[in-house]
Design a protein. Structure first.
Length: 73
């Protein structure tokens, strides 16, 4: 009987990064709160996905007062 391994943490972060990218591609720049709401995954996971994209230089994060606005590069 073959068993499938559960999705690893790194795979979940990568998948969530893809969802973040798709959300920004469809909606344009959003606040971090809006990104979390639109992606629909746990906030910590979305933030890790945002970090992944930032590390790969795929997104830009700007501060507007108390908000941080995320957009694609």
């Amino acid at each position: 009987m073959a068993t499938t391994s559960p999705t690893t943490c790194v795979e979940q972060i990568g998948e969530t990064a893809g969802l973040v990218w798709a959300t920004l591609s469809q909606n344009g720049p959003l606040s971090l709160a809006q990104v979390v709401k639109n992606v629909g995954r746990p906030r910590d996971l979305v933030m890790q996905g945002v970090g992944w994209l930032a590390r790969e230089d795929k997104i830009w994060i700007e501060e507007e007062g108390r908000k941080r606005i995320v957009s694609l590069r």
